[in-house]
Design a binder for this molecule. Structure first.
Ligand code: GTP
Ligand code: MG
Length: 435
């Protein structure tokens, strides 16, 4: 089993100052929300945010991200709060990190991507997730390698020998590239195993739980199935995919998957390495898009998720919007308002098991076009017994007539051949299915 480590946040004692820019089109409230999210990310990674700096500007400064004058204010806050770390709410270019570090001297400078990569490194459990995270870490690291890089030998396993005429930096880059190739090969192997496993499940409907991180996907998965997934009020609690067989009613059993959540500005390195995990969603027959209704900016979260679904080619899939945490909303008018804005939405509380029946009803309805209602006349004297249909059809109506039974049944169209076999063996008359 490979071991991966956080690269940037060392301990629980990191004291941070966070820095963001506010573009003119973004409201102050939205920026506050984005900063709160960044604080939450920092907390999850183990850093305590002591102060924040926001600069209004249309675009980041190419050299320092914020203006150089504003950076001096950051310096003052660092001193005032005895901070040792600065976190920027966007990905910084290697040159920006170098320039900022020169101004802030002994202070660690990291960006949103590094922060999220650290959280992923901390939360990855399976060897698949670890491989994916390490690949993302190295893809982020490669253009940022400097001669001072300390962890490289640990990270890429052993110190490589310097090739003839190679500088240390060139050697380091070569080592990282070699490791990246190995990880890609390993991921391709895992991907192959996963798709074989998927083929075995091909006959079943696949429902994928997707949504913004912390929306309650895993809580819903646990409520619907016998899964026991860790649920936490932390971002990216889940990185590994869990799949469970869940009976929805007598005729419909589906496979539900719970997987990694989304966030705004999800680092592209992670989207790339988690592509095969995310394909669980793009290949699903139905997406349950879980939304935390108690979040003040749930509508922005919906947009972020929709954007990422397009990126992974899953935006065409059938979708139900599942507004979760309704127990936090006391005002019915809010729910009515949301209902009128979003069609095909249901309202639940996963932790309190509210609205789950209705959710199941909506899942069934979404598969309704896949079912057929048929009328069957079957003969007991030919050996028919009712238990012969129970495995694949629901009996809607039943009438006896001497030696015969009349059944109105509902079954999945994939089971048509079973109905045919039944009729060949025990049938008296078969009216063509009525839709
Ligand atoms: N009040 C309330 N809290 C809930 C409900 N459902 C989930 N939560 C809480 O929301 C937090 C996040 O829940 P998770 O199920 O871990 O969320 P997730 O979407 O799986 O999150 P990630 O795996 O981190 O992406 C936990 O603290 C849950 O207890 C709900 O219906 N009501
Ligand atoms: Mg989860």
């Amino acid at each position: 089993m490979i071991e991966i480590k956080k690269n940037y946040i060392d301990s629980k004692n990191e004291q941070a100052v966070i820095v963001a820019i506010r573009r003119p089109e973004v409201s102050r409230i939205e920026v506050d929300d984005h900063l709160n999210e960044l604080k939450e990310l920092a907390r999850t990674a183990g850093a305590d945010v002591k102060a924040q700096v926001v600069q209004e500007r249309p675009a980041p400064d190419s050299a320092y991200f914020i203006g150089k004058g504003k950076l001096e204010q950051v310096q003052e806050l660092i001193e005032e709060h005895n901070a040792n770390l600065v976190i920027f709410d966007d990905e910084l270019s290697p040159a920006q990190v170098k320039n900022i570090s020169r101004v802030l001297e002994d202070i660690k400078v990291i960006d949103r991507t590094a922060l999220i990569l650290d959280i992923f490194a901390d939360h990855a459990k399976s060897s698949e997730a670890k491989t994916q995270v390490e690949l993302a870490q190295l893809n982020y690291l490669l253009p940022r390698l400097t001669r001072q890089w300390q962890h490289l030998s640990r990270q890429v396993g052993g110190i490589g020998t310097k090739g003839p005429g190679e500088t240390q930096l060139e050697t380091d880059r070569r080592l990282v590239r070699t490791r990246i190739s190995k990880l890609k090969i390993r991921l391709a192997e895992i991907d192959k195993q996963n798709s074989t496993r998927r083929q075995h499940r091909d006959s079943m409907y696949r429902v994928a739980l997707i949504g913004y991180t912390n929306a309650g996907k895993s809580t819903l998965m646990n409520a619907l199935s016998d899964a026991d997934i860790g649920v936490e009020d932390k971002l990216f609690a889940t990185l590994d995919t869990t799949i469970r067989r869940v009976p929805i009613n007598d005729v419909l059993t589906v496979l539900i998957s719970d997987t990694v959540g989304f966030i705004r500005k999800l680092p592209h390195q992670l989207v790339a390495s988690f592509r095969s995990t995310l394909s669980e969603s793009s290949e699903a027959d139905l997406l349950l898009h879980v939304v935390d209704i108690s979040h003040p900016h749930y509508d922005e979260h919906i947009d972020v998720v929709n954007g990422l679904l397009s990126e992974i080619d899953a935006h065409q899939n059938k979708r139900i919007l599942v507004f979760n945490k309704v127990d936090m909303i006391s005002d019915q008018a809010t729910i009515q308002h949301i209902k009128s804005r979003y069609e095909n939405s249901v309202f639940i509380s996963a932790s309190r098991h509210i609205g789950l029946k209705n959710l199941k009803k909506t899942i069934i309805q979404s598969f309704d076009d896949q079912y057929v209602v048929g009328e069957l006349h079957l003969s007991f004297s030919k050996g028919f017994n009712e238990h012969l249909v129970h495995n694949f059809a629901t009996i809607l109506e039943k009438k006896y007539d001497d030696d015969m039974v009349y059944l109105k049944v509902k079954y999945h169209k994939e089971n048509e051949y079973r109905i045919t076999l039944l009729l060949e063996k025990y049938g008296v008359k078969h009216n063509t299915p009525i839709a």
